[in-house]
Design a protein around this ligand. Structure first.
Ligand SMILES: *Cc1c(COP(=O)(O)O)cnc(C)c1O
Length: 353
C-alpha cells in the first residue's frame, strides 16, 4: 500500500513542446535563454536541464548555488540574472564561467577591482525602477571602461503582458536610443515571455524565457501547463440547503449538495485565498471549490459529478486545465502557484529517457 498523498506530476515533454513553439516566434539570430531560477519555477532544476539542454542556448538563474548545479550538467551559457554581491562570489562565478548581470555601481566596482569586464550583462533602468543603471550613469561607465569591451545590454519590461500599455513603447525607445550611442559589438536582451509573445520582433540577441516554458503564460492556449497538481478525495458527504461548509461558514448551500473533501490545503501550497467557484477537474469533469481552503483539506462541490467516489483524483491544474485559469479567477499569477507547492506533496518527474 502506498501512503495517501497529493501529487505534483511534471511532464518534460510539455516543456519541450512549449519551447519549440516559442522559438518559432523569434528572430533567426536570437538565442534562447531558459530561465530556470527558483528550482525552475518549482519544476526541478536539474531534471529540466537534462531534458531541455539541446533546445536551450543558455540558462538564467538568480542564485549562485543554482548556477553551479547547472554547470555540473551543461556547458552552455549560464547567467546570474541579478549578479553577485561580493568579491568571493565574483571569483566563484568567474571560475565556473558564469555570466553576470551588473545592475548597480557596487557590482561594477567589484568587476573593476579585477578589471574583468567580459561576460557581463549591463542592466539599464528604462522604467521598471527596480534594478538597473540610469541611462546617463551607464553612459558614463561605458565611456570610461567599456568602449572596447563586448558585453550584453539588457533591460526588463514592466508590462510585457499588456500589448496596449504605453510603458512598453517608452521602454523600447529608451533602450534603442541608448543602443545607438554604443559600439556595434554589443549584444542586446529585453524579452521575457510576455515580450516574446507580444513583441516577437524585439527578441534581439537573447530572449530570457521563463513562464512560457512551464505553460503559465495567460494569453496563448498553445502553451500547455507542464505541472499537474492533484489530490485524492478522502471523504464525500451530503449537506442540506442552508448549511455551510468549512471555516467561517463562508460557503452556504443554496440547495442540497454533495461535498468532497480533498487531501490538499494551504500547507501544501494551495493559497488560502482561493475563492468559491474556482474550477477543478474530478475524473476529467468540472467541479468547483466550495468553502475556504483549510490547512490540509479543500472542499469541492460535486453535486453534478455523478460517479465520483473516495479515492478519485481532484486536479487543480494540468495540461488540460491551464494553471492560468485558477490564477486568473483568484487574482493570482501562475508564477506564484507554481513556486508555492510545498515539499510534502509528492513530486513525480516523468523523465524523458
Ligand atoms: C525571471 C526573469 C525573466 C523571465 O520572465 P518570464 O516572465 O518568466 O518569462 C526574465 N528576465 C529576468 C531578469 C528575470 O528575472
Amino acid at each position: 500500500m502506498t501512503t495517501l498523498n497529493s501529487e505534483l506530476i511534471i511532464d518534460p515533454n510539455i516543456f519541450r513542446q512549449n519551447i519549440s513553439y516559442i522559438k518559432k516566434k523569434l528572430n533567426k539570430s536570437s538565442n534562447f535563454m531558459a530561465v530556470i531560477k527558483s528550482d525552475a519555477y518549482g519544476h526541478h532544476l536539474e531534471n529540466i536541464v537534462r531534458d531541455i539542454d539541446d533546445l536551450a542556448d543558455g540558462y538564467g538563474v538568480v542564485r549562485t548555488d543554482e548556477a553551479l548545479k547547472i554547470r555540473k550538467l551543461s556547458d552552455k551559457k549560464i547567467l546570474l540574472m541579478q549578479g553577485i554581491y561580493n568579491e568571493s562570489d565574483f571569483k566563484l562565478a568567474r571560475k565556473n564561467n558564469l555570466d553576470m548581470v551588473v545592475h548597480n555601481i557596487e557590482q561594477f566596482n567589484i568587476a573593476k577591482k579585477f578589471s574583468e569586464y567580459n561576460n557581463l550583462w549591463f542592466k539599464v533602468n528604462t522604467g521598471m525602477n527596480r534594478l538597473g543603471f540610469e541611462i546617463d550613469e551607464f553612459l558614463d561607465i561605458y565611456s570610461r571602461y567599456l568602449q572596447d569591451t563586448k558585453f550584453t545590454l539588457m533591460t526588463h519590461l514592466a508590462s510585457s503582458n499588456d500589448k496596449n500599455s504605453i510603458s512598453n513603447a517608452k521602454q523600447f525607445s529608451l533602450f534603442e536610443d541608448l543602443k545607438e550611442k554604443l559600439h556595434s559589438k554589443i549584444s542586446l536582451s529585453v524579452a521575457n515571455t510576455g515580450c516574446i509573445m507580444n513583441y516577437p520582433e524585439k527578441s534581439y540577441d537573447w530572449v530570457r524565457c521563463g513562464i512560457g516554458i512551464y505553460g503559465g503564460y495567460i494569453d496563448d492556449d498553445n502553451l500547455k501547463t507542464a505541472m499537474t497538481l492533484r489530490s485524492p478525495i478522502i471523504n464525500i458527504r451530503k449537506i442540506l440547503k442552508g448549511e455551510s461548509v468549512g471555516y467561517d461558514g463562508r460557503a452556504v448551500a443554496e440547495k442540497d449538495m454533495k461535498i468532497a473533501s480533498v487531501y490538499l490545503g494551504y500547507a501544501d501550497g494551495l493559497p488560502v485565498t482561493i475563492r468559491d467557484g474556482t474550477k477543478v477537474h474530478i475524473n476529467d469533469n468540472e467541479a468547483s471549490v466550495f468553502g475556504k481552503v483549510s490547512m490540509d483539506i479543500t472542499t469541492i462541490d460535486i453535486s453534478d459529478n455523478k460517479d465520483c467516489k473516495v479515492g478519485d483524483w481532484c486536479t487543480f491544474f494540468s495540461s488540460k486545465l491551464p494553471i492560468s485559469n485558477i490564477a486568473k479567477s483568484n487574482d493570482l499569477i501562475s508564477y506564484f502557484l507554481m513556486t508555492s507547492v510545498k515539499s510534502r506533496v509528492k513530486k513525480i518527474y516523468k523523465n524523458i529517457n
